[in-house]
Design a protein around this ligand. Structure first.
Ligand code: B12
Length: 143
């Protein structure tokens, strides 16, 4: 079964390098990557998931410090039944070099599922989510 993820960079954000590196790394590990690239509004992530409903996760990079503004529409989209896959956000999660728990808390309040600082953690997280999902489907069939 194909393992597909949707990847992109947040709406106000033009930083492209990590996006390309992450896409390459995931492809090298056998994933199909639908890469929406930089400056992608959240609704376009939702549209891509509608087009690829078997996507395992939606991965959003944010480097310029405007994660909270760029992702503010997530609760509204989810309330409308959209973006119902793990949303994983990584990069530089707020403005300034000192990151506080408060920044992370504000992002979590948007119901972002996973905040990942290091792209090297991504494969492990995707594998854990995949196993949990496969196990859940198995339990449903058995139970
Ligand atoms: C190159 C660069 C630019 C280039 C981008 C060119 C391009 N086509 O990509 C240009 C000149 C356009 C640019 C513009 C700006 N930049 Co700039 N930029 C950088 C710089 C020097 C390097 C970024 C980079 O490519 N790093 C290499 C990649 C591999 O590393 P990375 O981006 O850090 O990503 C790693 C992790 O964050 C994580 N990660 C990243 N994305 C994701 C996604 C997921 C899903 C996951 C799990 C992990 C993950 O994994 C990566 C590997 O470990 C950084 C400073 C720095 N040294 O990091 C500033 C930096 C990111 N920029 C910054 C700023 C402020 C800006 C501007 C606002 C400047 C301005 N006033 O105009 C604009 C914003 C433009 C916009 N609309 O986004 C700030 C952000 C500060 C903040 N968050 O508080 C930084 C940190 C510089 C600084 N110290 O102030 N920038």
């Amino acid at each position: 079964m194909e393992r597909l993820v949707i990847l992109g960079v947040a709406e106000s954000d033009a930083h492209a390098v990590a996006n390309h590196l992450i896409a390459t790394q995931l492809r090298e590990h056998g994933f199909t990557v639908v890469n929406l690239g930089v400056c992608t509004p959240l609704r376009e992530f939702a549209d891509a998931l509608d087009e690829h409903p078997h996507a395992e996760a939606v991965l959003i990079g944010t480097l310029n410090g405007h994660a909270h503004t760029d992702l503010a529409e997530l609760p509204t989209l989810r309330a409308a039944g959209r973006l119902r896959r793990p949303v994983i956000v990584g990069g530089n999660l707020s403005v300034g070099s000192r990151k506080s728990d408060d920044d992370r808390r504000r992002l979590r309040e948007l119901a972002i599922d996973h905040l990942v600082d290091d792209a090297n953690q991504l494969l492990l997280l995707l594998d854990l989510l995949h196993s949990a999902r496969t196990q859940g489907a198995l339990d449903e069939r058995v139970g």
